[in-house]
Design a protein around this ligand. Structure first.
Ligand code: FUB
Length: 345
């Protein structure tokens, strides 16, 4: 991941022109997964720190160690940091890199899903349980069986089924699982094992969760993202193909799978008729933010859809020191989503 070219940016001007400001500024937060639980907003972000790791294309500088849950009584109220909800030292199987998490609620229990590298350097996805939305969360001793890669997003459908969407390229290791086994060749290369430009792009995965929300109830399946002719998006279609940051929301009976395009920095969406897809590419939701990564969630609050996202404006462009923000998101009458520009011209 090349450092953002930031020498030309006037950050005072950028902050003035930003459509929204960081929800909290005493710590750095990113990858916000927002939920409306019991009439309040709960945001489950990554907690960005500067751990002194050198910048590289595998994202080693994203060396996060814990999670904090941010809560808000309403859309206009102050965002509250509820302290450490889970620390890597308390997760027996996890060594490092607590990346983008998500959460779910069922029968009065709360579940925090998180990717981390195990002691073999392989990303797995774990789950930790609490009696409250803000934790502390008690981790399961082992990661979810058959889990791999990063960026879990858990979606509760209207029939009470829960599904996890996940996957991420480069440092997220999805390309190393093409045969079903973790490919250890060329360990330092973020792009080894990525398909050629004219081959179908790598796809994110989905798996339904068991009733206790602690395991997959099925083998994870790839979800297809198609163009308007019904063809899979190609690996060279960097402006549209999936890279990381899965999210699912449902509006007017349609399933909206949204994601980041990574190296082209867009948040895009694709629409389907059921949780497994296929999904047809629909367009962009968010133009690039300052910083390399873009990662979001979409949540209905007080009857209106909101986009939760992040940028690196508070840290003046430091890629791994990001801040969570929020803005309204609009579904247009034709089913499309109105494009959001994070900074006014
Ligand atoms: O925060 C670490 C990684 O950066 C996330 O897992 C990715 O989605 C990207 O935002």
């Amino acid at each position: 991941m090349p450092e953002e070219r930031i020498d030309h940016i006037d950050f005072d001007e950028l902050t003035k022109n930003a459509i929204s400001q960081p929800l909290v500024s005493h710590i750095y937060t990113a990858d916000p997964s927002a939920h409306f639980f019991n009439g309040k907003i709960y945001i489950y972000p990554s907690h960005d720190i500067d751990a002194g790791e050198a910048f590289d294309d595998l994202g080693s500088h994203f060396a996060m160690e814990d999670y904090h849950v941010i809560s808000m009584d309403s859309i206009d109220s102050k965002a509250v940091d509820n302290g450490v909800a889970l620390h890597v030292d308390d997760v027996p199987w996890a060594e490092k890199q607590m990346w983008a998490p998500d959460a779910a609620q069922k029968d009065g229990k709360y579940y925090l899903y998180f990717p981390a590298k195990d002691y073999d350097g392989i990303f797995r996805i774990g789950v930790a349980v609490s009696d409250t939305p803000i934790g502390p969360f008690i981790p399961q001793p082992l990661p979810i069986k058959n889990s791999f890669s990063i960026d879990p997003a858990v979606f509760e459908d209207e029939d009470g089924s829960y599904y996890m969407y996940f996957g991420g390229l480069w440092g997220g290791q999805l390309q190393r699982w093409r045969t079903g086994q973790f490919n250890t060749e060329q360990p330092e290369s973020p792009t080894a094992h990525i398909p050629e430009d004219d081959e179908p792009a790598l796809l994110p995965y989905v798996a339904r969760l068991t009733n206790d929300l602690l395991e997959f109830s099925e083998k994870p399946k790839e979800i297809q993202i198609l163009d308007s002719d019904g063809n899979l998006l190609l690996a060279g279609d960097n402006d549209r193909r999936f890279f990381e940051a899965s999210w699912m929301h449902k509006n007017n009976g349609k399933y909206y799978f949204s994601y980041s395009t990574g190296d082209t920095h867009f948040i895009c969406y694709a629409i389907g008729d059921n949780p497994y897809g296929p999904f047809t590419y629909g367009g962009r939701i968010l133009e690039p933010v300052v910083g390399w990564t873009s990662h979001h969630s979409i949540c209905k609050v007080e009857g209106k859809w909101h986009l939760f996202y992040h940028d690196s404006s508070l840290s003046k462009g430091v890629t791994h020191l990001r801040s969570v923000k929020m803005t309204e998101l609009e579904h247009l009458n034709d089913g499309s989503i109105k494009l959001i520009s994070p900074y006014k011209e």
